[in-house]
Design a protein around this ligand. Structure first.
Ligand SMILES: C=CC1=C(C)c2cc3[nH]c(cc4nc(cc5[nH]c(cc1n2)c(C)c5CCC(=O)O)C(CCC(=O)O)=C4C)c(C)c3C=C
Ligand SMILES: [Fe+2]
Ligand SMILES: [Fe+2]
Length: 335
């Protein structure tokens, strides 16, 4: 029929994945630490390290996920984003989830895409900022899975979208609501909290930190508050290595010294999971109480916010307009 889109485009949404039950915690952690993008050691050494670290970390991680009924809500959250994005993209597009460390894995997505009979593929990370440890790792994993499955289709990649207009406006709107709530307790400080990264990875040229800064700067400007007090901090450190800072905890201590309420904006997560629902809502809130911070407001992750989903649809439809890291004067592994 004339004017009807009969082509079939598969949009592959990359995310980290999370254990769906307590018994899945250790194998999930093993998959994470056995990833060359996370631990760069040669194969057999990495395998041994991953076995050791996942066994050691599993009880701590199981305690974290126990607050969430034993598993991560990341998959249902991502499935809701899939439904919203398919609506925004319209006919001819279908979204598939490829998680990096737990089901559904990339090979499951590749198989489903083949069965559907897609004609082309768009890779769309649910990470606004590019990191070799997240998007870079998922891209490598995708190409391996597609090859194994005999899926050989024209493929484009959105590497990152740290200042995409829909994302910035949506995050600023949510942050503004949080700010207005915190105002009752004083002049708030906005803390843009991102998942941290070992310093060594950034020194090797990973653009993640620079892109987190771009997002935070754009969102703080879009909040439209003159003289806004804001800063960036990094959470979720694991292991003995030095990570980028300042840590979210150090920023809470500074807020306590300055006696200002805080508004925590998750700047690198687009859905709710252990790092927001447990670390930010339970652990850091408790720390803020201990420190006597006058107010603690946590802004929700973007989830299915209409403006964000429209923004995702824009970058999927125009992958070349994804703000490639070239903007930063250096290139990531994928652009
Ligand atoms: C911006 C996103 C993320 C980056 C960058 C990232 C790097 C990174 N993470 C670990 C180790 C762990 N991460 C864990 C959970 C986790 N990480 C992200 C995102 C990024 N990670 C998310 C969304 C989640 C939550 C998953 C869920 O709840 O479903 C965990 C497991 C939880 C725990 O044990 O604390 C670990 C471990 C490293 C080492 C790293 C960079 C090198
Ligand atoms: Fe992580
Ligand atoms: Fe890039």
């Amino acid at each position: 029929m004339e004017g009807v889109n009969t082509s079939k485009t598969a949009v592959v949404l990359f995310n980290l994945g999370g254990p769906d039950r307590p018994e899945a915690v250790q194998p999930f952690l093993f998959n994470l630490f056995n990833d060359k993008a996370i631990i760069g050691a040669p194969g057999p050494i990495r395998w041994l390290l991953a076995k050791y670290i996942s066994k050691k970390r599993a009880p701590i991680a199981r305690d974290i996920y126990a607050h969430l009924g034993g598993g991560s809500p990341l998959l249902p959250q991502t499935q809701a984003q899939v439904r919203a994005l398919e609506q925004a993209l319209g006919e001819g597009y279908r979204c598939f989830i490829a998680m990096r460390y737990w089901h559904p894995f990339a090979h499951e997505a590749a198989r489903a895409i083949k069965d559907w009979g897609a004609e082309r593929v768009i890779l769309l990370p649910l990470y606004p900022q590019f990191s070799t440890t997240t998007t870079g790792s998922s891209v490598t994993d995708w190409h391996r899975a597609a090859k194994d499955c005999g899926l050989d289709l024209p493929t484009s990649l959105v590497c990152c979208y740290p200042t995409q207009a829909g994302l910035v406006a949506a995050m600023a709107e949510l942050a503004r609501t949080g700010y207005d709530e915190a105002k009752a307790k004083g002049v708030p400080r906005v803390l843009f909290s991102a998942h941290g990264l070992p310093k060594k990875i950034v020194e090797r040229g990973d653009p993640y930190q620079a892109q987190v800064e771009l997002t935070a700067r754009a969102v703080s400007a879009a909040m439209g508050i003159e003289g806004l007090d804001w800063s960036i901090c990094y959470q979720s450190r694991v292991g003995p290595m030095e990570w980028i800072g300042p840590s979210t905890e150090a920023e809470l201590e500074r807020a306590a010294r300055d006696k200002v309420p805080v508004v925590i904006v998750p700047v690198a997560f687009v859905s709710e999971h252990s790092e927001t629902l447990v670390e930010l809502d339970i652990e850091y809130r408790h720390r803020a109480d201990q420190l006597g911070i006058p107010g603690y407001v946590r802004v929700p992750a973007l989830g299915c916010h209409t403006g964000f989903i429209q923004g995702l649809a824009q970058v999927a439809l125009h992958p070349s307009r994804g703000e490639a890291c070239g903007r930063l004067g250096r290139s990531c592994a994928s652009c």
